[in-house]
Design a protein around this ligand. Structure first.
Ligand SMILES: Nc1ncnc2c1ncn2[C@@H]1O[C@H](COP(=O)(O)OP(=O)(O)OP(=O)(O)O)[C@@H](O)[C@H]1O
Ligand SMILES: [Mg+2]
Length: 316
């Protein structure tokens, strides 16, 4: 889809300062690793002792943290916060976000899911009555609880301008993962457009914290150099590009998610892993056989999240 996103420069929207330490993961393209990276950023931050909130503004509930599948966390009283319901209700009713608490020590989460798609409809209806300030809806629902947290990480929905803008209006920095293929590169044009429009009109605090290649062969350096050039062309010549590249390792990545475990947590199961023989005998599931490749994957992800946080400290 072409064209400029929906905000209208003539109507003045009331700006709201996003919390310090709030970061959106976004790329404008599906399936590049946004949710995986967002969950790991949040998990590492919490594990380091920072009070952390993860907000998943995405129609797909990947449940990397095992909230739904394994019932983790302390759920708010009343109606469910799962499947994007909590996010939807807060925005629809214009009330503070009520996250699922202590999904891990120090980590609270608002999960995404199918109900998130309806947020876009609410925004569209309100846009006509209230003007472009509606893009600040999430920022307003976050503001009352933001002081409880040291860090807020947003996962974003791809290929949906109004949901991308909703996230960008609530965050202080944007971090952009990409794969090396052309459609991932052109996906960055979408986030770049939304970035500009949101920064100009409602969130002057917003900054691009950096971009990085995700899920790529770590030794393809020539190709990576070409991709870096394209990233800078799309997001701006000054865009910082991170050094860490997390390799493409499908089996451990998919299995860890199935178990609702972050890579580091899944790697800890390696010593007590089931064997393929146990699976054949019906004593274990495929995902109970922890592949050795979880070790490099966990290590690379740790490097990436460390680099992202260090980089943010320098920028701040
Ligand atoms: N390093 C990796 N190597 C291979 N596969 C990975 C890696 N990290 C994550 N994956 C897998 O790639 C798929 C897409 O990842 P993810 O869901 O994080 O992307 P996304 O950008 O959030 O996608 P969407 O746009 O659909 O929300 C998932 O199946 C995930 O388990
Ligand atoms: Mg996702």
């Amino acid at each position: 889809r072409k064209g400029t996103p929906v905000l209208n420069p003539s109507a003045a929207a009331q700006a709201i300062e996003p919390p310090e330490g709030s970061t959106a993961v976004g790329t404008g393209k599906g399936g590049v690793g946004k949710s995986t990276v967002a969950a790991h950023l949040a998990g590492e931050s919490a594990a380091a002792g920072h009070r952390t909130l993860l907000i998943c503004v995405t129609g797909q509930d990947d449940d990397d943290l095992g909230i739904k599948r394994f019932g983790r966390g302390v759920h708010p009283q009343g109606p469910s916060a799962l499947d994007g319901e909590g996010l939807y209700r807060a925005i629809h009713d214009r009330v503070p976000l009520q996250p699922i608490r202590e999904v891990r020590p120090n980590l609270d989460v608002l999960p995404g899911g199918p109900r998130v798609a309806d947020i876009a409809n609410v925004l569209m209806l309100r846009l006509m009555q209230e003007g472009p300030g509606v893009v600040l809806s999430l920022a307003y629902s976050l503001a009352p609880i933001a002081p409880l947290y040291d860090r807020v990480i947003f996962d974003s929905a791809p290929e949906n301008d109004s949901l991308e803008q909703l996230v960008l209006a609530a965050a202080r920095t944007l971090i952009v993962p990409t794969r090396s293929d052309d459609s991932s590169i052109s996906g960055m044009e979408r986030i770049s457009k939304n970035f500009k429009v949101v920064k100009q009109q409602v969130n002057p605090y917003l900054q691009i914290a950096g971009a990085f290649l995700y899920g790529s062969n770590r030794s393809a350096t020539l190709m990576h150099n070409a991709v870096r050039k394209q990233i800078r062309k799309t997001l701006g010549e000054g865009t910082p590009i991170l050094d860490t590249i997390v390799g493409y390792r499908e089996v451990p990545a998919v299995n860890a998610r199935r178990k609702g475990l972050l890579f580091g947590e899944y790697a800890e199961l390696l010593p007590t892993s089931a064997s393929p023989y146990d699976v054949k005998a019906g004593r274990a599931e495929e995902a109970d056989v922890v592949p050795e490749t979880i070790l490099p994957l966990a290590k690379e992800m740790r490097e990436l999240t460390t680099e992202i946080f260090e980089h943010h400290r320098r920028v701040a």
